[in-house]
Write a protein that binds this ligand. Structure first.
Ligand SMILES: Cc1ncc(COP(=O)(O)O)c(C=O)c1O
Length: 388
């Protein structure tokens, strides 16, 4: 008998296709080829200097041990203060649980809410790991196809139509990965009502909060206390590698989340937590605002440039740093297209296949996590590729 048998769920948890593409891109670069990276979902800016300093200071101050599983009290308070200052929302720090990235928060929330066989509704396309967090607890992820008609987001009507006797929760991400679109506040109110009417839970992933370009963002925390809001230091704060996020939970769930966090993680990295205290300082926030403006410029450059060469992007994404482009006028197979583009022109983008099963062949994702100069060169190369 084989000793390498894995649990059945592992058959349903697939790796990112883009990782293979990234490995190939690295190989090409090692061979001396130039590659324009528009596949990477993390800011190209390093963590702001003042946060790095705070991290160094934390080390020398001896903050090298475990902390409380829910996070150091100063950080929970600082996150609460940030909601009050930036969005005028009052959040009890006791409801804020600091986690190893929002990935840690998503694991905790799914584990606390979902029993085997229960369904979680989410968008297709969507962030690929969401499905796997549900698989991990033997739940059933249900992808609902979304397109330009609903801004590539779930609508309350779709939620109503997809609800079954087994549905337990709905996940939305605003702004979203891979589409960069937001759920308008009015629609979020309707979504919340649709979920609550049916006795379910709403989980809102706000990891790209702060990276909204055309109007002031909001948080679903404005609407009610009995929903789960996930956030992270990764994207807006430029701290992907520090592995720090948080969840704001309904009071009744804090104890269970704490118990689980103790068991799964013991605590988050202490150094990261002390460094993150500095992330909310006026000095750091002004650096982050400059970066937000830069991302907006990049979006405003890349969107028309891609449309001009034949990609269709029917709604202007309002946030994050992604453009989810319909490539069907240019290719019938976006997966092959992404590979050929890399091989022939040294341009790396993410094929739609990574984000779900709803028309993945017709879509690719561009991340504007590189300079306008690089993107201009990328677009030039794609144009050349298309005219061959
Ligand atoms: C929508 C969304 N949620 C969650 C995550 C996880 O990020 P982290 O664990 O770094 O906070 C990502 C990362 O790309 C994401 O795009």
């Amino acid at each position: 008998m084989s000793t390498s048998r894995t649990a059945a769920r592992m058959k349903r948890i697939v790796p990112f296709y883009v990782m293979d593409l990234l490995a190939r891109a690295k190989q090409l670069e090692a061979e001396g080829r130039s590659v324009i990276h528009m596949e990477v979902g993390e800011p190209d800016f390093v963590t702001p200097e003042t946060v790095i300093e705070a991290g160094k200071n934390a080390l020398y101050a001896g903050h090298t041990g475990y902390t409380a599983a829910t996070g150091i009290p100063e950080l929970r308070q600082a996150i609460s203060d940030h909601y009050a200052r930036s969005l005028s929302i009052s959040v009890d720090p006791a409801r804020i649980i600091v986690t190893p990235g929002s990935s840690g928060a998503l694991q905790l929330v799914m584990s606390v809410l979902i029993d085997p066989g229960e369904e979680v509704l989410m968008t297709d396309p969507g962030y690929p790991c969401n499905k796997n967090f549900v698989e991990l607890v033997s739940g059933v992820p249900v992808g609902i196809p979304v397109d330009a008609d609903t801004n590539y987001q779930l609508s309350s009507t779709q939620i109503g139509n997809s609800w079954s006797g087994k549905t337990r929760a709905v996940m939305v991400a605003t702004p979203s990965n891979p589409t960069g679109t937001v759920v308008e506040r009015d629609e979020m109110v309707r979504i919340y009502a649709a979920v609550k009417e049916r006795g379910g839970h709403l989980i809102v992933d706000e990891i790209y909060q702060g990276l909204v370009y055309d109007k002031k963002g909001y948080s679903a925390l404005e609407l009610a206390d009995d929903l789960f809001v996930i956030n992270s230091f990764s994207k807006y704060f430029g701290m992907t590698g520090w592995r720090l996020g948080w969840v704001v939970a309904p009071e009744a769930y804090v104890e269970s989340l704490d118990t689980l966090a103790q068991n799964l993680f013991l605590s988050c990295a202490s150094i990261s937590q002390y460094a993150a205290l500095e992330a909310f300082s006026p000095q750091c926030l002004s650096v982050l605002e400059e970066r937000r403006q830069e991302f907006r410029k990049r979006r405003d450059f890349l969107l028309p440039a891609l449309q001009e060469i034949g990609f269709q992007i029917p709604v202007t994404p309002q946030g994050a740093f992604y453009l989810y482009a319909d490539s069907s006028r240019l290719t019938a197979d976006s997966f092959r297209f992404a590979y050929d583009l890399l091989e022939h022109q040294g341009v790396a983008i993410t094929p739609g296949k990574d984000f779900g099963i709803h028309s993945p062949d017709k879509h690719v994702r561009f991340a504007y996590t590189t300079s306008i100069e690089n993107m201009a060169e990328g677009v030039r190369r794609i144009k050349e590729f298309l005219s061959r």
